[in-house]
Design a binder for this molecule. Structure first.
Ligand SMILES: Cc1cc2nc3c(=O)[nH]c(=O)nc-3n(C[C@H](O)[C@H](O)[C@H](O)COP(=O)(O)OP(=O)(O)OC[C@H]3O[C@@H](n4cnc5c(N)ncnc54)[C@H](O)[C@@H]3O)c2cc1C
Length: 266
């Protein structure tokens, strides 16, 4: 399948893959290019572009995580064509939108001539560049519940330049505070560059944070849980230990940013 080809074509040119046939889905925009918010659920058609995300009024306030990720995505030429579906289906550990959608607990809709099925995104990505997509399926939609009251989301990305940033680490957080604005109701923190080159949720860190007071002490402990839970990839862009230090620093920054926006103590 080829949507806009910004992931696929460079890989074909480098001879990493050599499909004998390409099925071009880029003209199905009437059915697959939309951003809808109804009954508290946000739905993104697979052919929605990154520029569409940037131009949408939906991604402000506690959904500004999408805008933040879109702003740091590639360059205008890439953003104008790169699609949400292509990002998710590439299942690469450098992708910006996957950790964001994981933090938002997104699901994907897969359609085929036989019908449709929905899967949580965390179960859709099964390995490095591997998804649960069946041979005759197309990903048609990514959807997630819009964060409710006392919820905020934030995104951080580290690369070596300010444009066309290939991430060394990127991280996304969706945080909900209890009514006292001091206790964490739930935290969903996701990051890329996890060993095995996959994006993933930091499950134990998220469990640790739930129900605790949002304080410097909790943040310090959560940073330790994160380091013990996940090992990050080592490659020419950064060692695993460097990435872990950045991941810990970003976790702190994200928790503090969300807390500040919610008016909580940290
Ligand atoms: C210069 C440059 C800069 C980039 N910068 C970034 C960046 O900052 N952040 C980032 O995350 N990515 C970046 N990318 C990677 C790429 O742009 C993104 O992954 C993009 O979202 C891919 O979308 P696409 O429509 O081009 O997908 P394609 O290249 O068309 O497809 C990608 C993969 O998904 C499959 N696929 C596509 N759509 C569907 C569908 N609906 N159903 C099932 N399978 C599907 C294809 O078969 C293929 O395997 C960059 C690429 C380039 C060339």
């Amino acid at each position: 399948m080829i949507a806009s080809g910004t992931d696929l074509l460079p890989r074909m040119r480098k001879r990493q893959i050599a499909p004998s046939v390409l099925l071009d889905i880029s003209s199905f925009t009437e059915d697959l290019r939309y951003i809808r918010q109804t009954d508290g659920v946000v739905r993104l058609g697979a052919l929605t572009t990154v520029t569409d995300l940037l131009e949408s009024p939906v991604f402000h306030a506690n959904l500004s995580i999408i805008r933040e990720a879109a702003e740091l995505f590639g360059a205008p030429q890439v953003r104008n064509v790169a699609t949400v579906g292509g990002n998710v289906c590439s299942a690469a550990s450098s992708e910006d939108l996957i950790p964001v959608f994981m933090a938002l607990d997104a699901s994907v809709k897969l359609i085929s001539a036989k019908g449709e099925r929905a899967l949580p995104l965390k179960d859709f990505i099964v390995g490095k560049r591997e998804t649960a997509l069946g041979p005759s399926e197309i990903l048609s939609e990514v959807s997630f519940a819009a964060p409710g009251g006392h919820s905020w989301t934030a995104y951080e990305k580290l690369g070596r330049r300010n444009m066309l940033i290939i991430s060394i680490v990127n991280e996304a957080l969706s945080l909900t505070l209890e009514d006292d604005l001091r206790t964490i109701g739930s935290a969903r923190f996701a990051l890329n560059r996890v060993s095995g080159r996959i994006p993933a949720l930091a499950v134990r860190t998220n469990e640790f944070l739930g129900g605790r007071k949002l304080s410097e002490e909790t943040i310090g402990q959560a940073q330790k849980v994160l380091a013990s839970e996940l090992s990050l990839t080592s490659d020419f862009r950064g060692s695993g230990s460097y990435r872990t230090e950045i991941a810990q620093a970003f976790l702190k920054r994200l928790l503090q940013r969300c807390s500040r926006m919610l008016g909580g103590a940290s």
